[in-house]
Design a protein around this ligand. Structure first.
Ligand code: ADP
Ligand code: MG
Length: 269
C-alpha cells in the first residue's frame, strides 16, 4: 500500500519521520523521496553518497515506456537485508517538471505486488510541482506537524486544502491523519488532533541526537535503535500500517475466490 507523508509550513521533520518509519516498518517498505524540492537521504543518512538511480533517472528511463518494470531496478537498499528500500529523490529540483506523478503514483501502488509498502515523502504541501496524484492514490495521507502554536496554526490552515485533494473512501473513513513531531511544545498530541479534526496516528518525540543520525548521517551510537525516537517510530509505524490497511482494503477489496458450487452465479459475493 501507498502512504503519503507531507508537512505544512513551519513544521520541519517530514523527511526524518519518513526515514525513521521506513526503518521501523514491519513489512518490507520503500521510502520514495518525492519532494519536488529534491531528495536528501543519500546526502544526509547516506553520508554524501553519490546519487545513483533514483527518481530523476527513473523518470528519464521511463520516457521510453515501462515505468512499472523499471521502478524496482531504481531502488537502493537502506539495510543489509533489503527490508527497507529507497527511491532516492531528485538531485535537480528542476527535473520535477518532467515527472508524470500520475504514472509514478500508479507504479508505486503496484509495488504492493512485490510485497513492498511505500512511504512517499512528498515534502511541503503545495510546493511547486507538488505530487498531488500520489496523495490521491494513497491509503493514508499523513500530515507531519509540530506542536507549537505556529506549527498547529499552519497545519490548520492546510486542512481545507488537504480535504479537497484527498477523496473520502467509498465506505467513509478519511485517509487523513496526523503525526506529531515534538509533542508538548506546548500542545499535546490529543490537543493537536482535536485542533485539526483528524486522528493522530503517532508521536515522535524530540530527540536531536537520533534525529541527526537520520537527517545528517551523524555517527550512530550503539544505543541508536533503542533511542526514544526509534522506539516511538516502531509504535507509530505499526499504528500507521494498521490505519492505512483498513482504508487500503476498502479502496481495493481483495477478490474473494468463488466457491466451485457458486461458480457462474452472482450469489455468495
Ligand atoms: N524528532 C526530532 N527530534 C529532533 N530533531 C528533529 C526531529 N525530526 C527532525 N529533526 C531535525 O529537524 C531538521 C529538519 O528535519 P527534516 O526531516 O530534514 O525536515 P523536512 O524534511 O521537513 O524539511 C533536521 O536537522 C532534523 O535533524
Ligand atoms: Mg525533507
Amino acid at each position: 500500500m501507498l502512504i503519503a507523508l507531507t508537512s505544512a509550513k513551519g513544521s520541519p521533520g517530514v523527511s526524518t519521520a519518513g526515514l525513521a518509519l521506513v526503518l521501523s516498518w514491519q513489512r518490507r517498505a520503500t521510502l520514495a523521496e518525492l519532494d519536488p524540492a529534491g531528495g536528501e537521504v543519500l546526502a544526509g543518512y547516506g553520508r554524501a553518497q553519490l546519487p545513483a538511480g533514483g527518481l530523476g533517472e527513473l523518470a528519464f528511463a521511463a520516457r521510453r515506456g515501462g515505468l512499472e518494470q523499471q521502478l524496482f531496478a531504481h531502488l537502493l537498499r537502506l539495510d543489509e537485508a533489503g527490508r527497507a528500500l529507497l527511491l532516492p529523490g531528485l538531485v535537480d529540483p528542476g527535473a520535477a517538471r518532467g515527472i508524470d506523478w500520475n504514472r509514478l503514483a500508479a507504479a508505486l501502488t503496484g509495488l504492493d505486488e512485490q510485497g513492498t509498502d511505500v512511504l512517499a515523502d512528498c515534502g511541503r504541501l503545495r510546493s511547486e510541482r507538488y505530487p498531488i496524484p500520489v496523495l490521491q492514490r494513497a491509503a493514508a495521507v499523513v500530515l507531519v506537524t509540530g506542536s507549537t502554536l505556529r506549527a498547529v496554526h499552519a497545519a490548520k490552515l492546510s486542512i481545507a486544502d488537504l480535504r479537497t485533494l484527498v477523496p473520502e473512501a467509498p465506505g467513509g473513513g478519511g485517509a487523513l491523519c496526523a503525526l506529531v513531531v515534538g509533542p508538548g511544545e506546548p500542545y499535546s498530541a490529543r490537543e493537536v488532533g482535536d485542533a485539526l479534526g483528524m486522528p493522530v496516528i503517532g508521536v515522535l518525540p524530540r530527540d536531536p541526537k537520533a534525529a541527526s543520525v537520520l537527517s545528517d548521517g551523524a555517527p550512530a551510537s550503539r544505543l541508536f535503535t533503542q533511542s526514544v525516537l526509534l522506539r516511538a517510530a516502531r509504535t507509530a509505524a505499526a499504528d500507521l500500517a494498521e490505519f492505512a490497511a483498513a482504508r487500503h482494503d476498502r479502496l481495493a477489496p481483495t477478490p474473494r475466490p468463488i466457491p466451485a458450487s457458486n461458480a457462474g452465479s452472482s450469489r455468495g459475493r
